[in-house]
Design a protein around this ligand. Sequence first.
Ligand code: DAH
Length: 341
Amino acid sequence: MDIFEKTTALLNEVNDATITSVESLETFRIRFLGTKNVLKDIFGEIKNVPNERKKEFGQLVNSVKQAAEEKFAIHQAQLQSNTDVAENIDLSLPGDITTTGSRHPIQLVKNRIIEIFSKIGFNVEEDREIEDDWHNFTALNMPEDHPARDMQDTFFINVNPDIVLRTHTSSVQVRVMENQKPPIRILSPGRVYRNETISARSHCFFHQVEGLYIDENVSFADLLQTLDFFVKELFGQDIKIKVRPSYFPFTEPSAEVDVTCFICGGGGCNVCKHSGWVEILGCGMVDPKVLENCNIDPKKYAGFAFGMGVERITMLKYQIKDIRLMSENDTRFLEQFKSAR
Ligand code: DAH
């Protein structure tokens, strides 16, 4: 093997060397880049190379050195970054437990209500929580001094008694009727406010879902059919509804709807106060005066409306005994709804 072949063999050795550890890197360094490296010995033999090939030989030795330096640098950096990572991981530390969030029970129920009504063509319409007197009361057939206003303990805005925190989502009915032409089929979920003493059963803010259907030839039978469908979808096909005459200023006739108590199955329990029935919503045929107030011709159109409290339905559905739990954000309470539907 002549000196050229020997040098080429060294170049191949550099290229083929496998470096996987700090030790093998050091062996490589000593052999090719150390103070007594093989290239020095080889280069010492330049004196035996004929003059006309000395340059070629010099270049060949240099290329081996260069290849060795590059390979060394690359592997050194690689091993360094591996040890950095390894050194920074303390395997004895407890792991980070990432918890997944869950939907709030109010959201679960609200979304379910929207889902059910969207199957029969109701669209969601949301509107403001700070309302004027007209949309919250007057247009809904509750002029000033109307006794029905007392049914809803209202929060007024100090500087302007014409502005209130809406006491119900029925205000959205008015806004929609003022701005859309029949047929109208909307569902309006949202937060409402009442100046009530906070207790296990009532709060100063809660959520309602309002429904409104206006078209030609809408009858009370359509209302009952719609609510029967809704209740069965929400609570189960065995549930029955009972409709009791009631009074709301914005509907005529008005009714309240009870469902068979799904906790005791109608036999009587604390939730239904041993009556076998629980009330879930108010409803009725939209009063012609309300239609008129919103520029809809009551001779041509009729409609029904209904309103329900989301907290109430949520409490019934999940057997929650205190309404305050739903606004306290105690994770021990909220975590129980992780797999709820
Ligand atoms: N707005 C009523 C309340 O807050 C609920 C209600 C009753 C809404 C009858 C309606 C309805 O649309 O027709 O108590």
